[in-house]
Design a protein around this ligand. Structure first.
Ligand code: UD1
Length: 420
């Protein structure tokens, strides 16, 4: 298995082009199930997760073609020929659940393997299922599979989420687009990736209002048509490279990065001593003087994203003073902590919170990536650590970050992939 070797201590400088957002691309690809016409998506990142979604769509009968040499444009099209999402694909990626709503809405049936638990907690799908049931679906769980059926079309309903869920909002907005009548999704998640999905659905002929808010109103239409849509830039990649610039005391231009998508990351990093400013083509990031300890609590958008928590903790590890980082979205999302402590960080976890006491420096060490965001946090730690860091098990990194080592090396980092 590939590993990444980093020799720390070099300030980064230069330009990084931000890739299309993984978390926007996955639901957008699932939206390809909502029409037999062509859906063309541009700026799709080349990642293990987007190719898993491509594999899943192909299994349902959708032709998935890369239509440009760089591989970032996907053309999806074709009728659904199979409504089963098998365990072998779903187990690789929880976001596979996003095919459930579109399959059911289009064909009246779907059989989707339950994603099950994963390393960052139990992550149930009850909100997806309850919402579809409110729209008239009959759902049974059998042998690890979700069997869903509806007689005729799904019916519009008013669905009030007990808490915002990104995936459930996406699944239901897709299903509601081609349901009978009006669906209202209240207390919906409003992450930029959901707005991107809604914008694409509208381009396909859907009628959605309240886009960008926590209350979406969807008037179902009989069918959607083809469209061409550009995926938004990845805000988590943007925030991660902002941390990379800050932690190494360098400055980076993040081309394509959007300030309005970073939410609380901007003010939190500003308080910690990192300046992020808009330019005509993206964002410019630099560390002002020293880094200061600043508390952060993960929350649904526009709060501080859970997907930035591990990276931010690395920044706090070498800041002056202490900070408390609280995780409210997922249980068990502090698996990077023991690895960071092995590199000399001083972090204590107490339930949902971690106390990070800043240390003058980290030391390179062999470390193990445990999940997607944790693995990139270890790369960040390697960039600032004295000596050599080897990050093992980087398949997690390849699920979510496109060419991370190439992008960092081009800005002066001493980093290379070692084929395993
Ligand atoms: C998405 C993102 C992931 C991000 C997360 C939170 C994708 C592909 N993944 O994941 O990177 O970390 O949003 O921003 O976009 N929950 C339930 N029942 C449900 C659904 C969710 O209890 O039916 C809980 C989850 O366990 C979690 C919380 O709700 O505690 C939020 O999860 P959700 O927003 O659904 O995250 P995902 O869509 O899985």
């Amino acid at each position: 298995m590939d590993r990444i070797r980093i020799r720390g201590g070099r300030p980064l400088s230069g330009e990084i082009i931000i890739s299309g957002a993984k978390n926007a691309s996955l639901p957008l690809m699932a939206a390809g199930l909502l029409t037999d016409e062509r859906l063309v998506l541009t700026r799709v990142p080349i990642l293990a997760d987007t190719s898993t979604m491509g594999e899943l769509l192909a299994q349902h009968g959708i032709a998935v073609e890369k239509t440009t040499n760089d591989g970032h444009t996907l053309s999806l099209g074709g009728p659904i020929t199979n409504t089963e999402a098998p365990y072998d694909i779903v187990r690789k990626m929880r976001a596979s659940i996003l095919v459930l709503g579109p399959l059911l809405a289009r064909t009246g049936e779907a059989r989707v393997s339950l994603p099950g638990g994963c390393a960052i907690g139990t992550r149930p799908v009850d909100l997806h299922l309850k919402g579809l049931e409110q729209m008239g679906a009959v759902i049974e769980l059998d042998g690890g599979y979700i069997n869903a059926k509806v007689a005729g079309r799904l019916k519009g309903a008013t669905i009030v989420f007990p808490m915002p869920s990104v995936g459930a909002t996406e699944n239901l907005v897709m299903a509601a687009s081609v349901a009978d009548g009006r669906t209202i999704l209240a207390n919906a998640a409003r992450e930029p990736e959901i707005t991107d999905l809604c914008d694409c659905l509208v381009a396909m002929g859907a009628q959605i209002s309240g886009i960008g808010t926590d209350r979406l109103t969807i008037d179902g239409v009989p069918s959607l048509h083809g469209a061409t849509h550009e995926v938004i830039a990845d805000r988590i990649e943007t925030g991660t490279f902002a941390c990379a610039a800050a932690i190494t005391g360098g400055s980076l231009h993040l081309t394509g990065g959007r300030l309005d998508h970073l939410g609380a990351v901007v003010s939190t990093l500003a308080e910690a001593g990192v300046e992020i400013s808009e330019t005509p083509t993206g964002l410019s990031v630099r560390r002002l003087n020293g880094l200061h300890g600043v508390d952060a609590i993960t929350e649904p958008y526009p709060g501080f994203p859970t997907d930035m928590q591990a990276q931010y903790m690395v920044l706090m590890s070498v800041a002056t003073g202490a900070s408390m980082v609280t995780e409210t979205i997922f249980e068990n999302r502090f698996m990077h902590v023991p690895e960071l402590n092995r590199m000399g960080a001083s972090i204590n976890v107490h339930g949902k919170s971690a106390i990070v006491r800043g240390v003058p420096f980290l030391s390179g060490a062999p470390v193990m990536a445990t999940d997607l965001r944790a693995s990139v946090s270890l790369v960040l730690a390697g960039l600032v650590a004295r000596g050599e860091t080897i990050v093992n098990r980087i398949y997690h990194l390849d699920r979510g970050f496109e060419h991370v080592e190439r992008k960092l090396a081009a800005c002066g980092a001493d980093i290379e992939r070692m084929p395993g």
